[in-house]
Design a protein around this ligand. Sequence first.
Ligand code: IFM
Length: 457
Amino acid sequence: MIAPMAASDIPSPPLPSPSVPVFPPGFLWGVATSAHQIEGAVAAREPSVWDAFTAEPGRVKDGSTAEVACDHVARYREDVALVRDLGVDAYRFSVSWPRVLAPGGLDFYDRLVDELCAQGVRPVPTLFHWDTPLAVEEAGGWQSRDTAFRFAEYAATVVARLGDRVTRWITLNEPAEVTLLGHAIGEHAPGRKLLFDALPVAHHQLLGHGLAVRALRAAGVRDIGIANSHGPTWAASEEPADAEAADFYDVLLNRLFCDPVVLGRYPEGIGELMPSADPVEDLRIISSPVDWYGVNYYQPTLVGAPGGDSGAGTEFGGLTLPSELPFAPREITGYPVTDHGWPVVPEAFTELLVGMRERYGDRLPPIVVTENGCSHDGVSDPERIRFLDGHLRALHRAVEQGVDVRGYFVWSLMDNFEWAEGYRQHYGLVHIDYATQRRTPKASYHWLRDALAARGA
Ligand code: IFM
């Protein structure tokens, strides 16, 4: 009798050799981070919703905070050197609105941008990556229309200071997560459980995006995008109830945030739920033309009709979902999973981009992949190498099928504070030892550096 194989006996697939597909000329390679997840230096900025949220017991799984995080404000030169040595063209970071509100807060970004330019790396700032200033939240936050206008004023302040050296700008990062995780189910800051009453949060962020586009244009900027998270939604079966639930989820995650920007209208049934005295004018602002459209892709979602109502929350992908939702995500089996529990499905990346091209046609601006990556622990990280290799090839297949893709940013340059997961997830190409702040490039960093260096060889 042959003994069954232990998991450790199953041979891993060989590591892909360091090479990346050939993308069209001008394709921009980059790595991404966000302010709250790496900066530290909290005393030199105003508090944000995430400071308040992490201070509440039980909100962050390992009880940690981003008070020090990667100590990036003090160590930015070392971090920029890591970006430069990787051989990418660009660095996507976010500007912390609460830091800009503090006296002298913009000085840090001035120094960071100078350093990037000096090292030959193109700065690509995002104006909002989830860290709403607490004072803005206390005045109503994204539930209030006024926040959209305050955001545009802040955008104008930042571009006035950095616009002489920064030419490419991103308005918002993942308004879907701020709406759904932050305001609908309360798993992220500010921790509200408004369910469908969270929809105004989406509208006000999108309005803020459109107003910020106008503020940036008024300052002469010609290279603007938004970073939205998208993924294909798969119905759990062909049963009408599952198909309907999957369709609903697709509207919430994908179309609610893309249709208004690209088409200037909300998906059917959504517009009338949005708070606005003048919806036509709001949508005109929201659809102010962007120069490219940022896609953050991580995984597809398998969705079915909700099961029996036990009253208990369902655990899914690290989140606790309320049982009242009209859809139920299901586990995707048959694929590797990351430490975050997310399935690794490169072909769904092609499906997503080709699907967007089919849905929006010529109205779809050129795509920039503003985030893609995975959580795996360890400095030896063959899983991340396979993930990057597989997703870059999947991206190339989308290009071959006619999708206009202009850039790709890996999430993330370095391990960092992964929101409600704390420091339990490791998305970086660079390992951070949080006790010493020592940076160690992982095997995946070396792989990507060698692959980029081999282009055209
Ligand atoms: O770390 C986050 C990032 O802030 C936004 N996009 C998804 C990443 C991984 O969860």
